[in-house]
Design a protein around this ligand. Structure first.
Ligand SMILES: [Zn+2]
Length: 464
């Protein structure tokens, strides 16, 4: 019990002082999304209007390549079995007309039955959850000595670090799962524990990325500009080069992880990827979809500047493109969570304030990303303590009434999971510059910091 209280303090320190969400170091003075407070010291966008990347139209139509990629029933079954979906693989083969006479299919089914029999149920309370912010593509721009450098150094991770982290975790046997595998919601709104079956030695984990908004303040600091669809309908990043030209590639977590799972399907359980925790006040996924960009009301300075620099801005087109990207993400194993619309501190906010905030998420974010039953608290700031939520917790009662059943905070423990018949809760670990620099030993179950560390980071990483 004592240990639990102690770790809770650490957890809330983590949430309040460093890293609950990366925007934190700036947030003390700069309440992002709080529109009534005009305070954000943003890095001003470059004066040159930035050319808009043009995602391909009609991404829903799978290309011939994609249809070929799906392959024969045997190949599809092999892929499903590689992702531990033995029942799905077996069912697919048994459904085929030629199954009774096809020895290859029968042999495959026998093989999958054999592997399935060796699988063990993984203890849900021992499943870790790691999270990242937008990855740094160009460290020379992020670490250029301007006022944002310290924050990026503390709470961001570079592309090179991320690639080494997932490689290490893969080699250790980690497998991506979703909170939706760990608990399910029943028709009456109650919840039941899930069951994750994996071969011995495999270790399920949850991955999330916060603030996939490509906020205005990050412009010109070496981050991707938005997520787009390439000519194959795959989700990639658009990155604006110094000369204003747009490069399309794997410049942030989503396409990097997609490529990794493509190469190593057994890094994903039943096709799961990660959870993207989304605010709304600067739009989503790099698209300026908040209603303020349409009405022109209550605009922050950097939003005004964006609109001035983009005289051809077309709100409806922006929403359409964002929706296409969101649909492609969901079709490819990604899920969305609310990170509150305005990056609110849910601990400090009243229930009424959270309600007002959530109504904006439902009005301007949900139509693009779809409904979600998950909240990833901004700043890691939870609505209750470790003992749990009850219906006399007004904030919980409100969120539950709006269909939220999964709640994630920030906790420095290796794992912290709470599953009741009313909700699922999980603590998350920040894998960022601050944690790697100050507490490398806390990450040794995942990777060796000395092998991952990006030497272009200025040291020491500033204290928080
Ligand atoms: Zn955040």
């Amino acid at each position: 019990m004592k240990k639990r209280i102690l770790t809770l303090i650490i957890c809330f320190c983590a949430a309040g002082l460093f890293s609950g969400c990366g925007i934190l170091p700036f947030a003390e003075d700069n309440p992002f999304g709080e529109k009534d407070e005009e305070t954000i010291e943003a890095v001003l966008p470059t004066a040159t209007p930035t050319p808009e990347p043009t995602p391909t139209e009609e991404p829903q139509e799978p290309s011939e390549d994609e249809q070929e990629e799906e392959g024969t029933p045997l190949e599809q079954a092999e892929h499903m079995a590689a992702q531990y979906d033995y029942d799905g693989a077996i069912q697919l083969l048994k459904e085929q007309d030629e199954y009774e006479t096809n020895q290859k299919m029968q042999a495959a089914v026998a093989e999958y039955e054999g592997i399935k029999a060796t699988c063990v149920e993984y203890p849900l309370e021992q499943i870790t959850h790691v999270f990242f912010h937008t990855l740094i593509k160009d460290t020379s721009k992020a670490f250029d000595g301007d006022s944002d450098e310290a924050g990026y150094n503390q709470v961001m991770t570079t592309i090179s670090e991320f690639k080494k982290i997932i490689e290490s975790m893969y080699e250790k046997g980690y497998v991506l799962v979703s909170p939706h595998d760990m608990a399910s919601v029943n028709d009456d709104g109650t919840m039941s524990r899930g069951k994750i079956m994996l071969p011995p030695g495999k270790i399920p984990f949850v991955l999330s990325q916060d603030d996939v908004s490509y906020y205005h303040y990050m412009e010109g600091d070496g981050f991707a500009d938005k997520l787009v669809l390439d000519e194959n309908g795959d989700v990639k990043c658009a990155y604006i080069e110094d000369d204003g030209s747009v490069s399309i590639g794997n410049y942030d977590l989503v396409p990097i992880l997609d490529a990794f799972v493509e190469e190593h399907p057994d890094f994903s359980y039943h096709g799961r990827k990660g959870i993207l925790a989304m605010t709304g006040y600067n739009g989503v996924l790099g698209y300026r979809t908040d209603i303020a960009y349409k009405t022109g009301e209550n605009l922050q300075d950097n939003q005004k500047e964006f609109l001035e620099n983009h005289p051809d801005f077309d709100y409806e087109e922006e929403v359409k493109q964002a929706t296409e990207v969101a649909n492609a993400l969901k079709a490819n194993g990604w899920e969305f969570a609310s990170h509150t619309w305005g990056h609110k501190n849910a601990t400090d906010s009243t229930a009424e304030e959270l309600k007002t905030d959530n109504e904006k998420w439902e009005a301007y974010v949900a139509p693009i990303l779809g409904k979600t039953d998950m909240i990833i608290f901004a700043f890691g700031a939870d609505i209750g303590d470790w003992e749990g939520y009850s219906m006399d917790n007004e904030k919980f009662a409100y969120y539950k009434s709006r269909g939220y059943n999964y709640y994630c905070n920030v906790d420095s423990n290796q794992y912290w999971v709470q599953i009741t018949d009313q909700y699922f809760r999980q603590g998350r670990r920040n894998l960022d510059g601050y944690r790697m620099y100050y507490n490398p030993e806390m990450l040794s179950d995942l990777f060796d910091v000395s092998e991952v560390w990006d030497s272009s980071r200025p040291t020491p990483v500033p204290e928080m």
